[in-house]
Ligand binder design. Structure first.
Ligand code: FAD
Length: 295
């Protein structure tokens, strides 16, 4: 496997933002991930993992050490009987691939997964989910186990779903490590309405979200019981712009890159939005987006 030096990361991030990684690789097998870990260990390099890059703000100054991008570690195997459908998916498998598998079988996870970008590993790390009251609506409901490459031992261990702690847009219990595989499971109970519902949900997302421009989806977590988007809109911040980054006029919790935005433009918006929402409503906003690299 090739490990390249000084690779710009904006091509691997949905925001199209990010400086260079000192070292960068795209493993295709778990063995190659282990090879990458060994490379970093032997040189004393820090490791940063990138999935689909749909939830990360990568610093303009880049990322020190080795970036392991999982998007080529792909593949699924499906096992089904009259009771359950089980899908073993390598971590870099796109969620859209899982959607196809469940859609073909008219199963409910297709509806939950159809609007989620990024890959399976990123979905587990973020406990990705949707706002709609549907079942399932978060990754915790569809995962039965994950396989994690332990960074200290450089060996793989399997963790059952109940050995992890699943919270709103976050999981614990697998770190330090790299998620390399997960099993997704769902009762084999076909529903003829799923295909129509997927079409409707996709249409609704397109009308509500600024999908025509690079973003990272929702920038902030919802500070329950409030909605982050509603607070930002009420604060009068829709359209607020720094450089080429902007609070989307279509959806206030999205920050869009209108072309050539820098990470510091986005970060300035994030800080301003936080300050204004705190000043006007006394509510603390926490980012859902993860900051990576040297800040
Ligand atoms: C248009 C748009 C709409 C979105 N809508 C939603 C939504 O409705 N609901 C929702 O929950 N999210 C949404 N998101 C955010 C995002 O898609 C999810 O959080 C997604 O699950 C992140 O997956 P990823 O593979 O892109 O992870 P990345 O963004 O690449 O990484 C996220 C974090 O996980 C870590 N990581 C990634 N893979 C691994 C691995 N294999 N092992 C260890 N660590 C890893 C990274 O270091 C980083 O800290 C949206 C994003 C966009 C751009």
């Amino acid at each position: 496997m090739e490990i390249r030096e000084n690779v710009f990361l904006k091509d691997y991030a949905w925001w199209k933002i990010g400086g260079p990684a000192d070292f960068f690789c795209l493993p295709k097998t778990v063995g190659e991930v282990q090879e990458a870990v060994e490379f970093a260990r032997s040189r004393g390099l820090e490791i940063t993992v990138l999935g689909g890059g749909t939830n990360v703000l990568i610093s303009d100054r880049g990322i020190d050490g080795l970036v392991i991008c999982m998007k080529q570690l792909v593949g699924t195997s499906v096992h089904e009987d009259e009771n359950f459908v089980r899908v073993e998916a390598l971590a870099g498998t796109a969620k859209s691939e899982l959607t196809k598998i469940f859609l073909k079988r008219k199963l409910a996870p297709a509806l939950f997964l159809c609007g989620l970008p990024g890959d399976v590993g990123g979905g587990v790390v973020m406990n990705a989910g949707v706002a709609e009251q549907i079942e399932p609506r978060e990754f915790v409901e569809i995962v039965s186990w994950v396989e994690v490459l332990d960074l200290q031992k450089n060996g793989v261990r399997r963790l059952r779903k109940d050995e992890l702690q699943w919270r709103y847009r976050h999981t614990d219990g697998w770190q330090p490590g790299i998620i390399v595989k997960a099993e997704i499971i769902w009762p084999n109970r076909p529903d003829d309405t799923i295909s129509r519902k997927v079409t409707e949900a996709t249409k609704a997302r397109r009308s509500k979200q600024p999908l025509e421009l690079p973003s990272c989806g929702s920038t902030f977590k919802n500070p329950k019981p409030h909605s982050a988007g509603a607070l930002i809109e009420k604060a009068g911040l829709k359209g607020y712009t720094v450089g080429s980054a902007q609070v989307s006029p279509k959806h206030a919790n999205f920050i869009v890159n209108r072309g050539g935005a820098s990470a510091s433009d986005v970060d300035s918006i994030i800080r301003h939005v936080r300050d204004e929402v705190k000043r006007q409503f006394q509510v603390d906003l926490e980012t859902e987006v993860r900051y990576l690299g040297r800040w």
